[in-house]
Write a protein that binds this ligand. Structure first.
Ligand SMILES: Nc1ncnc2c1ncn2[C@@H]1O[C@H](COP(=O)(O)OP(=O)(O)OP(=O)(O)O)[C@@H](O)[C@H]1O
Length: 507
């Protein structure tokens, strides 16, 4: 293809201690669906932020439709026809869809006009969305549609999507891909970042692979295996997690009729959850986000209190026990939202280590933080979990998403819990780091800990779980052995309430 829309030449961007992009050159054709691949910290976000006017490169050039392209800010990039849907949505829960879209416009027309345009775009691209619905009541997939429609109203020439499917159900992924294919057929190019290589294979016609900030290869994902792409990203052979055979252990945690009212208007009420968790097992809990996952983690971590006997740990009723007391006795949890909840963005990794590891790692003495000890603990997490950062004094915010995830999970595993609850442990994490995190969870279980993994990634759950249960509208299905479960059986467990089709996306 010679009709290039965007050409990048020699883009370089350095941050203190790290070159995020080094001499990056590649082209994107009109209407092309182009994947940008690379392990965590490879420089993907930096590159797309450069194209979107959020980052100014130190050197290198870009041309858009043959003209020099140097967007000083996102507004300039948008005006030139570049739109971007971010990993994290920037929507206001209390406003409706049309109001949210109006907020992003420079001269918004009347609400009725916006609503009509939203309906038109939504029909045209098969993205069901009611402009009058309050955003707080929408699923993650619907929220993403708000962002996409907001972009499409600008009639972009290039649409950048940063990890768009990590929050979507398989059915929503199908809808999104249909929309992207339609856009591509109409001449809109898509630059698509994802760690889900099988999805890339079904969607993208070209891929550029970054490693340590540099382009290390290109491929046609339709004819390259996911494993080959992963190995190109990492530069070495991929490790597949192994499960050591484990005998059934004694019961360490019992949930008995665990019920709790939704903590806020958009939360989910937990309904009569009963399950025993054994030492040495990995219990996988699947389900579409928003079905009680956050509330279940909160009830286990102690952030949400319930009747004492609803949570029984090593024989004691702990439903009312606060988080730190639970940490002390060995029950640890890592919530899903790494930025803000699991980690404080502007604090260093050392301070972030102190936040959750103080009690078990004895990081304070007579009320004072033992900084040397805290630093060495943070260092240990960084080394053991291969967290890519110049050092523990760096802020959480300066880490790439996947590297912060490795730090947050590693920080809990290194405290040797007896029960570990993790929510979406490999969200936004590249294939090799995801394999390392899963292996670490399996190793923790083989040492005798009970590990509860809550995830929307069914392949992940099937890979590491001994037993599987599904959360649906605050109810937990009875658990079943994971081995041998078919996609149809899992679909039944997840329940039909969301019209959720459990299928791989390459249908
Ligand atoms: N504002 C910043 N300050 C300092 N370092 C940064 C900043 N932004 C990114 N970096 C560093 O630049 C490198 C590239 O990060 P980038 O976010 O582009 O990677 P990525 O490929 O998008 O990773 P991920 O898949 O984990 O999101 C990383 O080492 C990261 O720590």
């Amino acid at each position: 293809m010679t009709d290039y829309l965007l050409q990048l030449r020699g883009l370089t961007k350095a941050y203190p201690g790290v070159v995020a992009n080094k001499n990056v050159s590649f082209d994107i054709g009109r209407g092309e669906i182009h994947a940008l691949l690379g392990e965590n910290g490879a420089g993907k976000s930096t590159l797309v932020k450069t194209i979107y006017g959020l980052v100014k490169p130190d050197s290198g050039t870009m041309t858009l439709e043959g003209q020099p392209f140097t967007p000083a800010e996102p507004r300039a990039a948008r005006a030139a026809g570049v739109a971007m849907v971010f990993q994290h949505f920037s929507l206001f829960d209390a406003l409706n869809v049309a109001e949210n879209i109006a907020l992003g416009m420079e001269n918004p027309p009347a609400q009725s006009e916006i609503a009509a345009r939203v309906r038109a775009v939504s029909d045209q691209y098969g993205l069901p969305l009611d402009p009058t619905r309050v955003v707080g009541e929408l699923s993650a997939g619907e929220r993403q549609r708000v962002e996409i429609i907001r972009c499409l109203l600008q009639d972009p020439k290039l649409l950048i999507m940063d990890e768009p499917t990590s929050v979507l159900t398989p059915q929503e992924v199908g809808i999104l891909f249909e929309t992207l294919r339609k856009l591509s057929a109409e001449g809109t190019a898509i630059l698509y970042i994802s760690h889900k290589l099988e999805e890339i294979r079904t969607l993208c016609e070209n891929a550029t692979v970054l490693r340590l900030g540099q382009v290390v290869g290109t491929c046609d994902p339709r004819s390259t295996s996911a494993r080959d792409m992963a190995e190109l990203m990492v530069g070495t052979k991929l490790h597949v997690p192994e499960r050591a055979a484990r005998p059934a252990g004694e019961i360490v945690l019992e949930l008995k009729g665990l019920s709790a009212k939704a903590p806020h208007r958009f939360g989910t009420t937990l309904k009569d959850i009963t399950i025993d968790v054994q030492k040495g097992e990995v219990l996988g809990i699947g389900g579409v986000a928003g079905n009680g996952q956050d509330e279940l983690v909160a009830a286990l971590s102690g952030e949400m209190r319930v009747s004492p006997a609803m949570v029984r740990y090593q024989g004691a009723d702990i439903g009312q026990m606060p988080p730190n007391a639970r940490r002390k006795i060995g029950l640890l949890a890592a919530p899903e939202e790494r930025m803000g909840h699991a980690a404080a963005p502007d604090m260093s990794l050392i301070e972030n280590a102190v936040m959750t590891a103080t009690i078990r790692e004895k990081l304070t003495q007579r009320g004072f933080v033992r900084w040397a000890k805290a630093r060495s603990f943070a260092d240990n997490v960084i080394k053991t979990f291969d967290v890519r950062t110049p050092g523990p004094a760096n802020t959480a915010r300066s880490l790439s998403g996947g590297n912060l995830q490795k730090f947050v999970i590693g920080r809990e595993i290194m405290q040797a819990p007896d029960v570990l609850v993790v929510n979406q442990p490999t969200w936004g994490v590249d294939a090799s780091a995801a394999a390392a995190i899963r292996q670490a969870l399996l190793d923790l279980a083989s040492k005798g800990a009970a590990v509860i993994v809550i995830s929307q990634d069914l392949d992940e759950l099937m890979e590491i779980s001994d037993r599987f249960a599904a959360l649906n509208e605050g109810r937990l299905s009875p658990p079943r052995p994971a081995q041998g479960l078919t996609v149809e059986q899992i679909g039944l467990m997840l329940g039909g309430a969301h019209d959720m089709e459990v299928a791989h996306v390459d249908v």
